[in-house]
Design a protein around this ligand. Structure first.
Ligand code: SAH
Length: 219
């Protein structure tokens, strides 16, 4: 793994301030962003970009989400220590590390084999409790269910019923759901599974993610 220098730490604290200024208030989220070395998730030549509040390509047509998006989704998820969290879309593994740094036991699914093969050993270098899986996130992980939290980090055409079923009562799912009127964007939703089995639905504005796909990629 790349070295974590004072310069990197300084850039990270600046990023934390940027996120505070943009309205992130959850101290656990801000501490996690201030701790996880985002530059280690990018090729070393792109280190200058690691602490800007921007998404960045990670290969295979995928991106590491913008820090604000990671922070916003993590804040909406309301994670506390010891929770079991299922993430759909491992990608670079950065979001998984943020959740793990917040004390979650993370289960993360990626559908692209080459990303999975690259990220799995990389995540093993961190002292975190993260289990990686190759598969279709729409199906979740019935063997490990139920989960306290489910986080979807790709644009979903609909709310996957299997993931609702795998949520504990009182559990929360954060999902960027395609906007029916405009296919190029999504609505950030927070769904809470209530004691009577009904779902409380809250909306948190527009966002943009790469599409969530149904089949396993051959790449
Ligand atoms: N959370 C990632 C960013 C995710 S980008 C990070 O922190 O870097 C979205 C990811 O979702 C991509 O890696 C994409 O391959 C993956 N993906 C798309 N459809 C999926 C599906 N059905 N199941 C699992 N992963 C999926």
């Amino acid at each position: 793994m790349q070295e974590d220098s004072y310069r990197h730490k300084g850039m990270r604290q600046n990023l934390v301030q940027v996120l505070k200024d943009k309205g992130i208030t959850d101290i656990n989220v801000l501490n996690a962003i201030g701790t996880v070395p985002r530059h280690a998730f990018l090729e070393s030549m792109f280190v200058e970009f690691a602490y800007q509040d921007k998404a960045f390509p990670i290969g295979s047509g995928q991106t590491i989400s913008q820090p604000f998006t990671v922070a916003m989704q993590s804040q909406l998820l309301n994670v506390t220590k010891g929770m079991k969290v299922l993430e759909i879309g491992t990608g670079s593994g950065y979001q998984a590390c943020i959740l793990a740094q917040m004390g979650a036991k993370v289960f993360t699914i990626e559908r692209q084999r080459n990303l999975y093969m690259k990220t799995k050993p990389f995540l093993a270098e961190f002292p975190y409790n993260i289990k990686t899986f190759l598969g279709d996130g729409n199906k979740g992980l019935p063997t490990y269910a139920p989960f306290d939290r489910v986080l979807i980090t790709a644009a979903a055409p609909e709310i996957p019923q299997a993931l609702v079923d795998q949520l504990k009562t009182g559990g929360i799912m954060v999902i960027p759901l395609n906007d029916e009127a405009d296919a190029s964007k999504q609505r950030m939703l927070r769904l809470t599974k209530q004691a009577d089995g009904t779902i409380l639905r809250e909306e948190f504005g527009d966002c943009r993610f790469v599409p969530m796909l149904q089949n396993i990629g051959k790449d």
